[in-house]
Write a protein that binds this ligand. Structure first.
Ligand code: ADP
Ligand code: MG
Length: 223
């Protein structure tokens, strides 16, 4: 009888170990960068995404922001004399991000892991599984940029960059088919979150080039 129970418990725990190993194999470890022109909603959406995964019991999620890392680690090299934007030491930003990424993934756990890295410089860093570029039609983006303390030329420069898909092109150069654009112009944060979740879960194909705002340039001649 004793042998029977020993044998039974052996099979029970052996099975549990197999189930655990199997679930580890199916676990998701994903690093997602969220980038885009200023005011496309990166900070808003990343925070909502973090909150969504943070309440799930089977997920461990961490949110890093390029702006925070740059400020906390004194990575601002100066300000562009004409264009007024801050010049960030991208090499150091990348190194600091990489250390934080390694720390996050080296912790052993039986949870899915999601690392979010948000900011319009994130796509210049290494280590993303997928890069998501948020896109907003320039006329709508203008309304949002007007709410920031930017001068007219800085606003126009950002609108032009958005129309020309600068972030998408830059991301594609590095991340090729791991880059995904989302036209968020008329989408609620809830809809955007759903699309991002589908991207994380490999349910959507890469689609760089699918969002085309270049016609805006024709009606908003630079010269
Ligand atoms: P970013 O981090 O890309 O600069 P923010 O997240 O700060 O952009 O958002 C810029 C502005 O746009 C904020 O006022 C925010 O409330 C608004 N916003 C962000 N996402 C949406 C959305 N899907 N619909 C409407 N307004 C949005
Ligand atoms: Mg932001």
């Amino acid at each position: 009888m004793l042998y029977f129970f020993i044998l039974l418990s052996f099979f029970y725990y052996y099975n549990r170990i197999l189930i655990f190993i199997d679930s580890c194999d199916n676990m998701i470890n994903s690093t997602i960068f969220i980038t885009g022109t200023p005011c496309t909603g990166k900070t808003t959406i990343s925070q909502l995404l973090f909150d969504k995964f943070n309440i799930k019991k089977d997920w461990d999620v961490k949110l890093l922001k390029t702006n925070d890392l740059a400020l906390e680690n004194n990575l601002i090299l100066g300000t562009h004399p004409e264009k007024e934007y801050k010049i960030v030491d991208i090499d150091k930003l990348d190194k600091i991000f990489t250390v934080q990424k390694e720390d996050f993934f080296k912790k052993h756990s039986n949870l899915n892991k999601l690392l979010l890295f948000e900011g319009h410089l994130s796509h210049f860093c290494t280590g993303a599984d997928k890069v998501i570029i948020l896109r907003v039609y320039p006329d709508k983006l203008k309304l949002r940029l007007n709410g920031r303390n930017y001068n007219n030329s800085k606003i126009f420069e950002n609108l032009q960059a958005e129309a020309l898909a600068v972030c998408s092109v830059e991301a594609y150069e590095i991340y090729k088919d791991n880059s995904f654009e989302i036209d968020v112009t008329d989408k609620s944060p809830y809809e955007i979150l759903n699309i991002i979740c589908e991207i994380i879960l490999d349910k959507l194909e890469p689609n760089i080039g699918s969002v085309d705002f270049t016609s805006w340039l024709i009606n908003n001649d630079i010269n």
